[in-house]
Design a protein around this ligand. Structure first.
Ligand SMILES: NC(=O)c1ccc[n+]([C@@H]2O[C@H](COP(=O)([O-])OP(=O)(O)OC[C@H]3O[C@@H](n4cnc5c(N)ncnc54)[C@H](O)[C@@H]3O)[C@@H](O)[C@H]2O)c1
Length: 319
């Protein structure tokens, strides 16, 4: 029985990717792994869990061999704001970790998924409707590791025929697990604060436009890309995808349609604002639509309604 390994499974994406994979392929076939135990039952308690540090190739290899892993979803990475704070550690996890995963995929004939990001672009990239194939000169360590990772994945596909596929994900909004220190975290935090305190202090400027996606769309995109007919994939790796585009001001207005007394103010964090300023304001995802049929289901209104409903079941207003 071919097994599936998810690295970094306790994170924001892994917490929802593991249950989705278990639903599709059976709980026993999907091995969740991380360097920390998953906080909730989402990834850990519903099936096998292994401690795997991706900077230690022998740990990945041992689990791949023991479980008969044939597909690796490589989610372990340091996110943009944390990577800017610890650039050396970010290189080690994001690049050396990916290299180990690709080497093991080559040796054990595994398929692999690599999540790139809109952070793989930089200030010299066209910022509006950024094309699929364009200038990529990022100025953050996160971006350097993402564009290098895209190139390394392409190299392993071409040189060693490793079936490695990937997406350039935008900011992801979800309620199952907290975000891990990215520049778009505000778009998750705002919902917690809106429900609890009717107020949010945002670390990006009111007009900072970025592409975003609700987690159910992101999980579906990952599964659909991995199931896509390889003959249709001219790109295979690093597809631009998007679902919605908004500024903090626009998201606050959308929340106000449900919570009229909600207010927002701004204390701009220069580090995260500078990262946001170096990224596209929006990307063109027409190549993903053409090559494997990408189509988002959640816009800002549908996402906001669902986030407030799901978090509202868990959180109570503070007063
Ligand atoms: N969340 C987003 O908005 C977003 C957007 C674009 C791309 N991505 C990419 O998707 C991937 C997953 O992102 P996420 O949001 O789930 O991140 P996250 O920070 O929530 O989770 C990352 C996980 O990796 C684990 N980890 C850290 N060091 C490790 C190591 N040495 N070995 C194994 N695991 C380790 C952490 O414990 C954590 O659970 C990353 O590559 C990220 O760059 C995320």
């Amino acid at each position: 029985m071919d097994a599936i390994l998810v690295t970094g499974a306790a994170g924001q994406i892994g917490s929802e990717l593991v249950p989705a994979l278990r639903q599709s392929f059976g709980a026993a076939r999907v091995i969740a792994s991380d360097i920390r135990m998953p906080a909730s039952a989402a990834a850990g308690a519903t099936g096998p869990f292994e401690h795997v540090d991706c900077t230690r190739p022998e740990q990945i290899q041992e689990v791949v061999r023991r479980h008969g892993v044939r597909t690796i979803y490589h989610m372990a990475a340091m996110l943009s704001a944390v990577a800017e704070d610890k650039p050396q550690a970010a290189w080690n996890l994001n690049m050396v970790g990916l290299y180990h995963v690709l080497e093991i995929a080559r040796q054990y004939r595994c398929a692999a998924f690599f999540p790139s990001s809109i952070g793989a672009f930089g200030p010299t990239t066209p910022r509006d409707r950024t094309p699929q194939d364009t200038v990529q000169r990022p100025t953050t360590m996160y971006g350097v590791t993402k564009v290098s990772g895209e190139l390394l994945c392409d190299y392993y596909a071409r040189r060693f025929a490793v079936d490695v596929r990937g997406l350039r994900l935008p900011g992801l909004i979800s309620y199952a697990a907290p975000p891990g220190g990215g520049t778009t975290d505000y778009a998750v935090e705002i919902f917690y604060q809106a429900i609890r305190y009717r107020h949010y202090t945002c670390f990006l400027r009111p007009d900072a436009a970025l592409d975003m996606m609700y987690m159910p769309d992101a999980i579906r995109a990952i599964l659909e890309l991995m199931a896509a007919d390889p003959a249709r994939l001219a790109h295979r790796n690093a597809f631009n995808i998007s679902a919605m585009n908004f500024t903090p001001e626009r998201l606050a207005a959308e929340i106000r349609t449900h919570i009229p007394e909600f207010s927002i103010d701004y204390e701009v964090d220069p580090v995260r604002q500078a990262i946001a300023d170096s990224w596209p304001r929006s990307v063109d995802d027409s190549v993903a639509r053409a090559e494997w049929g990408w189509s988002p289901q959640y816009d800002i209104a549908a996402m906001t309604r669902d986030m407030l409903a799901k978090l509202g079941e868990r959180l109570k207003p503070a007063r």
